[in-house]
Design a protein around this ligand. Structure first.
Ligand SMILES: [Zn+2]
Length: 436
């Protein structure tokens, strides 16, 4: 299997950028930036938009169903009784994310059936199991450290008869994890093996992806972090043993997800991924030709918004560690949304009296809908202008066959209200001339 090389994550329900425009315009916008793959982040399966998948396919863009492994941001689609699937975290969490126990058989059964149903109903090209890890950084001191449910505790005792899992809250308890290095090591191993079991079941178990959709490639996400021994670290803290996952669950590809302590850094150098090389080596020690991608965050917070130039250098650094594919979270979060003026990337005659302009970004519909901003040479009457996201349709008098036109576009601006953060003014295209 060959992964698409230049991917981006899209969540159409994030902010306002994707609202009130056609799926066609979203696909055109991604295509003009050269993306050949999209991980379509689905927070609620019942809201998958078939038109978006089809529009991306028409632009020859590969589309993956990207679903969360260890829980959900939206409990709407979960069946009755799902509350019993919750992970038990060290402290109660109320952060908008519902963590579900990887060891709960009903959760696994439901998740497998759900993935099978989505793949049956929609023409996705692959599946990404995002974030199947156990929470949470930096380890047992994290409030979200999990899972400590009765089922997980019981499974541990089943594996180690006569022993209880370590204690993670009461420091005076004789089994407090820091006082019991051997017990804690068994616990770390237990979590890692449960994590691989979960993925193995999802991929290869009864009703799993391989059984229901044998030809659909599956990519599993593994956290990556800049620490002295990232392989050991993600195994201990998140129960992700990359070699064991590759060996037993046999994913078609691995995606190394930049962990938040790395991506939140201001001034993060684009070659930070060099620190991830041990993870690449550990995976490829099991399967030397394993396709791997790296996921980077390009702007979830104000200080980590990245430019196109940063992204190009990040891709270069990934190639240097032997990784050909990247994906970016999330398209609309990048710094370019705040700094780049609108620019026409393609101008096409789509009918005898219509010219379609494809901009690099969404433009302000009212501003770009003003026909005085467009001038043809030789002169051509413009009857009306229609704006759809980053697409502008100029409805004109009949274009003469064989005639070349120069079209000058002036003072078209973008719409800051559609950005994730409203902290910068509109960007304006001063003047651009295109030939058609
Ligand atoms: Zn559990």
């Amino acid at each position: 299997m060959k992964l698409p090389e230049y991917c981006v994550e899209i969540d159409p329900f994030l902010g306002r950028y994707y609202a009130g425009r056609s799926m066609e315009s979203i696909a055109e916008e991604l295509a003009v930036h050269g993306f050949d793959g999209v991980q379509y982040v689905i927070t609620r399966d019942s809201r998958v938009n078939r038109d978006l998948i089809d529009a991306l396919h028409r632009r020859k863009i590969h589309v993956d169903y990207a679903t969360f492994g260890n829980g959900t941001y939206d409990t709407q689609d979960l069946p009755a009784g799902w509350e019993g699937w919750r992970m038990v975290t060290r402290q109660p969490m109320n952060d908008g994310y519902t963590r579900l126990c990887l060891n709960h058989p009903d959760y696994r059964r439901w998740k497998k059936a759900q993935i099978a149903r989505i793949l049956r109903e929609h023409p996705f090209d692959g599946v990404h199991i995002m974030e199947p890890f156990w929470p949470e950084y930096p380890g047992p001191s994290a409030p979200a450290y999990a899972c400590l449910c009765e089922r997980c505790r019981g499974l541990f005792t089943q594996m180690h008869p006569g022993e209880e899992p370590p204690e993670f809250t009461d420091e005076s308890h004789p089994l407090f994890w820091r006082k019991q290095p051997e017990l804690y090591a068994k616990w770390v191993q237990f979590r890692a093996s449960c994590h691989t079991d979960f993925l193995h079941d999802l991929l290869n178990g009864e009703g799993g992806i391989r059984q229901t959709r044998p030809r659909t490639p599956v990519t599993v996400w593994i956290l990556a972090i800049d620490v002295p021994d990232p392989v050991r670290f993600v195994k201990e803290v998140h129960g992700q043993d990359i070699a064991d996952v590759v060996r037993r669950a046999r994913p078609d590809a691995i995606c190394l997800q930049t962990h938040w302590p790395d991506w939140i850094k201001a001034n993060l150098l684009p070659d930070y991924v060099r620190a991830y090389q041990p993870l690449v080596r550990a995976a490829r020690a099991v399967r030397s030709n394993l396709p791997i991608m790296v996921q980077a965050d390009i702007g979830s917070q104000p200080q980590n918004r990245q430019s196109w130039d940063w992204i190009a250098r990040f891709r270069q650094a990934c190639r240097q560690i032997g990784v050909q594919s990247v994906t970016l979270y999330e398209y609309m979060l990048g710094m370019y949304m705040y700094t780049d003026p609108p620019r026409v990337m393609r101008a096409i005659k789509t009918a005898q009296n219509t010219v379609m302009l494809v901009f690099n970004k969404r433009v302000d519909a009212q501003n770009a809908g003003d026909k005085s901003r467009y001038t043809f040479a030789p002169p051509l009457e413009i009857d009306s202008v229609q704006v759809d996201g980053n697409l502008v349709y100029l409805h004109t008098a009949a274009l003469r066959r064989g005639q070349r036109y120069r079209l000058t576009i002036k003072a078209v601006r973008d719409d800051p209200s559609t950005r994730w953060l409203p902290d910068t003014p509109a960007c304006t295209l001063e003047e651009q001339t295109v030939t058609l």
